[in-house]
Write a protein that binds this ligand. Structure first.
Ligand code: ADP
Ligand code: MG
Length: 306
């Protein structure tokens, strides 16, 4: 018996290192096999492949403390994500470039699909990176520079190089978060021996790694401190996009979308303060969770004996 279409697609996905597609076709394979002899095997792997714990992608040992790779196809909650018109336009651009990248490569044109998101903390930059991975069907490969520096500055260049080598081989959305932690302008750090010198070396090594990236990878950088980023590194980002705090109407839509998905209702008055205060999404989300918890507590509180 020859290979089925799903088996062929599985082999293709593995050969392209596309783990999300591989998983999808592996699931299709275990569902299409109805033979008695494979029943136990298929049931076992249906559970494992579809289980909620299988969103994190297993990494080689030496990368575990550096990178985090997630299959967001099940874990990202699109119904709770509010997409403003500004971010919609950027998403469109990123997805278009993903679609044309193969043709560009054939034409010998090197284009890195790289976008730098900048703006205040709590405005949704990291969440947008996960959303891009969800919409483009690629794994979300997350590198946080603040963690990288905190743990061991001396080994940073080596670790960056390991992370990029992984991303180069696995088509993904590669998020370089809090990139300002490393990329202090090199002119601000002119001594070559102290931590400033190390930071300058690390900045150079990121740029060298950047230049090796193939067209089929989507890079999303994020920073709260655009002013601290080295000019030469800035030039590596094809798009620079400011993620602005939501305006009043957008906040209202953002809150409504979340409440609809969790099936909760609050009066207009209860929500007005949330919308009118000068709060970003992160703060609003915290307040909403408080309000929801209080409501649940009020409903079930009388059942407690204490
Ligand atoms: N557009 C959005 N839709 C839904 N929730 C959002 C959105 N933007 C931000 N959030 C919420 O706010 C929190 C903080 O966002 P985050 O992406 O960490 O901000 P930043 O990276 O800019 O500091 C997230 O955990 C998420 O719950
Ligand atoms: Mg962030």
């Amino acid at each position: 018996m020859g290979l089925t279409d799903n088996q062929k697609q599985l082999i293709k996905a593995v050969s392209e290192n596309n783990l999300i597609a591989a998983k999808k076709f592996a699931i299709a394979c275990v569902y299409e096999d109805n033979t008695q002899k494979n029943r136990c095997f298929c049931n076992k792997f249906k559970q494992i492949l579809e289980g909620s714990g299988s969103n994190m992608i297993e990494l080689p040992y030496e990368l575990k403390s550096i990178l985090c790779v997630e299959d967001v196809s099940n874990s990202f909650k699109e119904n709770r994500y509010y997409l403003s018109e500004r971010e919609k336009a950027i998403l469109y651009n990123i997805i278009c470039m993903k679609k044309v990248n193969e043709r560009l490569m054939e034409m010998g044109i090197q284009y890195i699909n790289s976008t730098l998101l900048y703006g205040e903390s709590g405005t949704g930059k990291t969440t947008f990176g996960r959303y891009v991975a969800y919409k483009s069907g690629l794994p979300f490969c997350y590198l946080n520079f603040s963690n990288l520096i905190d743990s061991h500055l001396g080994a940073t260049s080596k670790n960056i190089s390991k992370a990029f080598s992984y991303a180069i081989l696995h088509p993904c959305v590669f998020m370089l978060d809090e990139i300002d932690c490393i990329s202090l302008r090199r002119s601000n750090s002119n001594d070559s021996g102290g931590p400033g010198g190390e930071i300058a070396r690390v900045t150079i090594s990121i740029m060298q790694e950047f230049d090796k990236l193939p067209n089929n990878i989507i890079v999303i950088g994020a920073t709260n401190r655009m002013d601290r980023i080295d000019e030469a590194l800035l030039r590596r980002f094809s798009l620079k996009h400011e993620v602005k705090p939501l305006n009043r109407n957008e906040k209202e839509e953002f809150i409504k979308k979340f409440l609809k998905d969790v099936d909760m209702n609050f009066s207009y008055k209860e929500l007005t303060t949330l919308v009118e205060n000068d709060q970003n999404q992160s703060m609003i989300m915290n307040e909403l969770i408080h309000m929801i918890s209080k409501k649940i507590y009020d409903e079930i509180g009388s059942d407690f004996n204490e």
